[in-house]
Design a protein around this ligand. Sequence first.
Ligand SMILES: [Zn+2]
Length: 363
Amino acid sequence: MKQVSFLLLIIFLTAGTVVAQKTSKPGNIIIVSIDGLRWKEVFQGAEKQLITGKKFISQDSAQVMKKYWAGDEQERRIKLMPFVWNTIAKNGQLYGNRDLGSKVNVKNPYWFSYPGRNENLTGYADPKVNSNDYPDNPNKNVLEFIDRQKGYKGKVVAFASWDAVARIINRNRNGLLVNNPFEDLKENNLTEAEKLANEIQHYEPQIWGDGERLDANTYALAKSYIMAKHPKVVYLDLADTDDDAHEGKYDFYLDAIHNIDAMIGRLWDYLQNDPFYKNNTTIMVVPDHGRGEGDQWTSHGSSIPHANDTWLMVIGPNIKAIGEVKNNGQIYQDQYAKTIARILGFNFTSVNPIGGVINSVMK
Ligand SMILES: [Zn+2]
């Protein structure tokens, strides 16, 4: 009798497991924004003219060459972004290698940060959004849309290295948790990791003023929160790349890219080892705008040719593993909002004219 009920219990548990596997759990997504990272560094690695010239390198040039240079382009880009090329390129998708005919572009006419992030998150290349000082964003974004869906309420959060992000997402309107530079996490039951992340951000040098935080600190806050609270949608907005580039420090810009690649890689590894996220979480990586070419690499904006050329990466359980895309396709950044919602199984709509889903993303 005892044995029979034990057997029944085993059968019951096994059946339960099978059912649980078949029911697709509502998915998670982490959207990483990298401010002003050019497609050239992503697909070609360090640029010869910039890394070998003296003009934009301030650290030991032999060390910089050792870290990031290789004569072969494929080898060079792996040195700069090993996670992207060893993992996303094998199991996900990368769009925007213009040498292979894959084009990604900013649709808004400004080619700088607030308008670019507005376009990415709202799906609308709004001509009225024309300044980084633009007040609270009137356009509805995909984050607040997902936050209203069943199972996602209070599970959509953002962490930013730049304080304009709170206005771009308009947390005053939607009440989303948007952790801006030098703001502490305030929830009850903070873990030791969250407390430490809160604390150390106040010890960093404020190199770019009080409106910007170094990416390492933004990452620490985001990762400790992810580990503790298991949000389902995270928007992680990183910005060291743009700041280093504006200062004309190509070596620091390369370091920022290399470090961000490692942060995304470590986050991905974490997700694969957490039952909440494993096989149920997508990472999408996008910039807000591109930058110029030659000596104009430091700058962007509509007067800088090619500052509207960008790229897109995505990896996840429902993403077709097509790797580096080689075709004559054209993607615009106003398609991201609807695509993010679609990855989670939702149809994002807006009163604004928004871009359509990138169909090639989904399996
Ligand atoms: Zn900039």
